[in-house]
Design a protein around this ligand. Structure first.
Ligand code: PGA
Length: 248
């Protein structure tokens, strides 16, 4: 059996009721339930979640996830959504600290840490996103930067975690790091987490940033990489189907 591969479809603020249902039904036609080594996690925008929730009542290869949550359960936080409702609507995974949240909404690792703490309390699974800017890459400061993001974003009580390495310079640009560069980072993440968070028994490392049907296979075969977090190519049906077919 091939190693377990996780595919997170980060739909961002895209798709509608019809197109989101279509991508889910297409996925079910391609990936059969007996493929225990494949996990597809759909992360739609919040308003699609109540409608899609009915497809995820029981666990199979397909899971529902959210793109973010607040670090409080309720309160005066205009525009935010509560983890309590995300859980009730069958979300199992929650992305935290995506670089678009960190740069556009000025979220700090400290906020991300509080979110992951709450995700742990609700027995959901956190997907922590980390990634350096092009300046940190060029200045060879990227390992320092990533290690600080890891140390500052992960709370003590974490036992199970997915970390998506998403270099900011690769998201939506069509530029991806080399296999050797992804290998270096995935080994580094594993080392850094094992050293500083010995309670984490289940760590999965994903790569994200300009993943498409041409580079997908090469990335998922990297030894410490357990899957991909895919944005743009996960909402393009043709591209998405090509990637799914490489999993079976
Ligand atoms: P992309 O986005 O695949 O469109 O580069 C990835 C992400 O932002 O999660």
């Amino acid at each position: 059996m091939k190693k377990e591969t996780i595919f997170i479809a980060n739909w961002k603020m895209n798709l509608n009721i019809h197109t989101s249902e279509k991508l889910i039904s297409v996925s079910r036609e391609i990936i059969h339930e007996n493929k225990k080594n494949i996990k597809i996690i759909f992360c739609p925008q919040f308003l699609l979640i109540p409608n899609l929730s009915r497809f995820f009542v029981r666990n199979s290869n397909f899971y529902l996830g959210a793109q973010d949550c607040h670090y409080n359960v309720n309160g005066a936080f205009t525009g935010d959504s509560s983890i309590d409702l995300l859980k009730k609507f069958n979300c199992k995974y929650i992305i935290s600290g995506h670089s678009e949240r960190r740069t556009v909404y000025k979220e700090l690792s400290d906020d991300v840490c509080k979110k992951i703490n709450l995700i742990n309390e609700f027995s959901l699974l956190p997907v922590l996103c980390i990634g350096e800017s092009i300046e940190d890459r060029k200045n060879k400061n990227y390992l320092n930067f990533l290690s600080k993001q890891i140390l500052d974003s992960i709370p003590e009580n974490t036992k199970q975690l997915l970390i998506a390495y998403e270099p900011i310079w690769s998201i939506g640009t069509g530029i991806i790091p080399s296999v050797e560069e992804i290998e270096e980072i995935s080994d580094f993440i594993k080392f850094c987490v094992n050293k500083n968070f010995p309670d984490i028994q289940d760590l999965k490392i994903l790569y994200g940033g300009s993943v498409n049907s041409s580079n997908f296979e090469k990335i998922i075969t990297i030894s410490n990489i357990n899957g991909c977090l895919v944005g743009g190519s996960s909402i393009n049906e043709e591209e998405y189907v090509k990637m799914l077919k490489k999993l079976i």
